[in-house]
Each structure stands twice: as structure tokens, then as C-alpha cells.
Design a protein around this ligand. Sequence first.
Ligand code: CAA
Length: 379
Amino acid sequence: MHFQFSEEHLMIQQAARDFAQTELKPGVIERDEHQKFPAEQVKKLGELGFMGMMVDPKYNGSGMDAISYVLVMEELSKIDASTSVVVSVNNSLVCFGIEHFGSEEQKEKYLKPLASGEKIGAFCLSEPEAGSDATSQHTTAIDMGDHYLLNGTKNWITNGSSASTYLVIAQTDVSKGHKGINALIVERGMPGFTIGLKENKLGIRGSDTHSLMFTDVKVPKENRIGEDGFGFKFAMKTLEGGRIGIAAQALGIASGAFELATQYAKERKTFGKPISDHQIIAFKLADMATEIEAARLMVLKAAWLKDNGLPYAQASSMAKLFASEVAMKTTVEAVQIHGGYGFVKEYHVERLMRDAKITQIYEGTSEIQKVVISREILK
Ligand code: CAA
């Protein structure tokens, strides 16, 4: 075991850090304020090879490992979690799902433009009545011979209006429970597919979160991923890796807030000295640094397990659970250290605090991570 990044990892990390400073930071407050999708920035991330990072170069991907992906997610999330969630969903849910479980034709047709960043993908599992309880799908995909007839509503879909390719989980045969669920690739523009209103959110406001409506959408049979009834397992397997991405996002939010708080604490003076010289502030920084380091090790371990073909369901849920709690705690403390300045937008920490909350909710709440972890340790 050695705790050192390769030269290549460090170069990728630096490229992401530079991109975040030059391309994400300048407009981040405005995008948050006006809920503006980072379209230009996402296009440039595609040109850098960050939209299909782990995809095989033969499908237009960058062929990088999950460690690189974590490093990029952390750097982008330090500055702009609204952009990093677009990167995360495209990479670890949509590209991963199609590359690992899709047919050769699906990879040619759908994965290639997603991995190059020419198109954006969305992962559609949640419903008005199926968030944590993911087997309770009300969206139906009725087998009509050569196609499925898709009907239903999906909620809180990241990249809802910016995507072109949607992975939709739906129930084909309710009598079979989770074994009657399928995953279908749905294209934007298919007749009967409409995009609902955009959610007005607490955090990650630059990302576009929508409900989606399907009314008698004809989805060709060849757009089903895997065998009939594989949809639920597909969603679970894909979320295992997705949770590494969100854990890395939480880590980035925490480290971004920590860096700002440390810098501020060294500059701001009270009672004749920098506030970092007051032990109560120095100890807060020590606690934040320690917890962030623990989260980083957990996220990297989950990525390392994935890179080495070892089981990572438990590790990714543990990393997400812990890193998202650290993100919440650290950002609240960062606002506190900034005092009144922390409460205003120009100092960035209030946004990081709002953004942190979603990492405890999406891709499985903290409670769901505990379900996954406890089942893994008890089985
Ligand atoms: N890999 C493979 N198979 C798996 C699996 C995994 N990781 N997890 C479960 N399965 C299989 C089980 O083995 C079982 O199959 P068998 O019957 O053949 O043994 C089947 O799936 C059903 O599993 P469970 O009985 O465990 O299912 P459950 O109903 O108890 O639910 C759950 C399990 C973990 C709670 C699951 O429902 C879950 O993860 N819920 C949270 C969903 C979620 O994360 N949603 C996020 C939406 S996506 C998102 O947020 C993206 C975004 O926009 C950012």
C-alpha cells in the first residue's frame, strides 16, 4: 500500500483545479442566483475529456481510472457543485451504465456522444412516490412486442432539460416485483415525452432539476438495457459507482469551505490578532482538516476498490455517508468562522453550505446508505 498519486493523477488534478479557478469561479454566484445552467462550462469540460472520464477511448472516453475521477470531482466541487453534479451524473451513472450493461449498438449510438460531452445524459429513477423505496416504480413500460409503451412521471431529475439521453427505470410486470423492472434509453424528442417545471432549489441551483412526463412514449425494444427484468439491478449496480462521485462532490464542498475558512481566519483580526491565533478557531480548523482527511481516504478507497475490480458497494455507501456529513458540518463551521461575512453571497461559504445538504439526500439519503452498509456487514 502506498499513499501517493502518480504523476498522471497530479496532472489531472491540476487541470481540474485550473479549470475550476478560471472557468467556474467567475460566474458561480450569478449562476446560483439565477439558476443558470453551466452550458458553456460543461461543453469545455467535454473538450477536456471530463464528461466520459472512465469510458474506453474506443467509445470516445478518456480511459482514466476512478481515482482520477474522484480528484476531478473534488476540485470542481470546491468551487461549483452545480457543475460537478452534471459531471457526476453523466460519468458515473449514465456513461457507466451504458458502457457496462448496454449492447454494442447502444454504446455506438448513445455512449459515444455522451462520453465526448457532445450530449448530456440523465438518470431517471426517482418518482413522486418512489425515492428511497426504489422498487415501488409507478412508471410503466408495457411490452408491445417490438417496443415498450412508457407512461408515468419522474421527479427531481438532474440534467432534466439539458440532457438528450435519459435512462428511465420503469415497471413492465408488477407481479414480478423488482424482477419486472426494466431500464430503457429514452431520447429527448420522442413523441409523448415532455419536460416538466424546473425545481426552485435550496442548493446546486445552477443544475437543472425537473420532473419528466411520459405519455404513451414508444421506446424501441433495442433500447432496453440488459435482459428483460434487469432494470432494478441495473439501477443498484450503477448507483454503487454514482455514490463514489457524490462522495467526492461532498469532499470537494467540504475542502472548498475549509480552504476559504482557513484563509479568512489568517486575514481577519479581532482583539488585536488574526482570529486563527484564537485557539477556539484554530481547533475548529483542526477538526475540519481531520474529518476532511478521513473522508478523502474513504472516497479514494472506494475508487481504488472499483479500479481493482473488487466489491465496492459498502465502501461507496460508507464514503458517501461520511463525506456528506463532513460536508454539512464543515460548511456550517466555515460560515461561523466568517461571522457576518459568511452570511453574504460574496464570500461563497453560504452557497457551499446550501450545496452540501443535497449530498445527504441524492443517490440515496444517509438513511439509505445505512441500509446498504448494514446489509453488507450482516450478510
Ligand atoms: N447490486 C446488484 N443487485 C442488487 C444490489 C446491488 N448493489 N442491491 C440490491 N440488489 C438486488 C438484490 O440482490 C435483490 O435481488 P434478488 O431478489 O435477486 O436477491 C434485489 O436487487 C432487490 O434488492 P433489495 O431487496 O435489497 O431491495 P429493497 O427494496 O430492499 O431496496 C435499497 C434496497 C438499497 C433501499 C434501494 O431501494 C435503494 O438503493 N434505494 C435508494 C435509491 C436511490 O439511491 N435513489 C437515488 C436516485 S438517482 C439520483 O439521485 C441521481 C441524481 O439525479 C443525482
